[in-house]
Ligand binder design. Structure first.
Ligand SMILES: [Zn+2]
Length: 257
């Protein structure tokens, strides 16, 4: 399975999964149709599946247009998003399994950003060591999604599930927010050497116009404050220790950053 990263709208990424053997494609969170159709044309591939993480317009915006062009498309999304994802045909629950190309994926129910949000984890292929996590607006590189329909406690539980996945997992999040996220992260975790180093790298990448996605889950565990509610330095910084309170405090600070 090849993964193509397609920039869309102002700062979204669409991910196109390509099964080279059967020359079929799937697309994760198509914000708009044109980049998807252009990529399909370049590859000469047929689109068979949409994987949606949640119902927001910048994730499902092209569902209808793609369905019009590929009427047999399967449109996957969470069962809690029934009625909110255009054209949805498959209603997924936590722990459901699916497969694409040579890879098997597990669905994680991760409410918090929205009440129906799911993530797709593709375990490493046979003989490989690297997994791929499509997490929508749950974890961002250096940050996390806003809590539009969920509580800090829910988001902690959701992120904690994803945090259990191996370090060698590529994190394909849906937005290029990394530099801004790391600027905030440095204000709450200033003595973290890994974070300082990451900030320098990302700053250089962005100055050269390079994407910072995918990142590694291992990197997020070491440097993203929204995966580090149990880190003593961060707990001391915000003056609390209970996971949901630490997380809620950090999220509130970031909302006003
Ligand atoms: Zn969203």
């Amino acid at each position: 399975m090849d993964i193509h990263r397609l920039p869309a709208l102002a700062d979204n990424y669409i991910f196109l999964l390509h099964d080279r053997q059967r020359n079929r494609a799937a697309v994760v969170d198509p914000a708009e149709a044109k980049p998807v159709l252009d990529c399909l044309e370049t590859l000469g591939a047929d689109l068979v599946t949409i994987y949606n993480t949640h119902h927001h317009g910048d994730h499902v915006g092209a569902n209808r247009e793609l369905l019009a062009k590929y009427p047999n498309l399967e449109v996957y999304g969470g069962v809690e998003d029934r009625g909110r994802i255009p054209g949805q045909t498959v209603f997924l629950r936590d722990g459901d399994r699916l497969s694409f190309a040579d890879r098997e994926a597990t669905v994680y129910f991760v409410p918090g950003h929205t009440r129906g949000h799911i993530a797709y984890y593709f375990a490493p292929g046979s003989g490989e060591t690297i997994g791929d996590l499509f997490c929508g607006d749950t974890i961002f590189a250096g940050g996390c999604g806003r809590l539009f329909e969920g509580t800090p406690a829910q988001m902690v539980q959701s992120i904690d599930k994803l945090r259990q996945l191996p370090d060698q997992t590529r994190l394909w999040c849906a937005h290029e927010y990394t530099l801004g996220n790391l600027k905030f992260a440095l204000t709450v975790d200033p003595d973290n050497g890994d974070l300082q180093e990451r900030f320098q790298t990302v700053q250089g990448d962005r100055q050269r116009g390079q994407a910072t996605i995918p990142s590694w889950l291992g990197t997020e565990k070491r440097t993203n404050p929204f995966l580090r509610w149990d880190n003593p330095a961060i707990q001391a910084r915000v003056g609390m220790a209970e996971p949901a309170r630490v997380f809620g405090k950090l999220r509130g600070m970031k909302d006003n950053f």
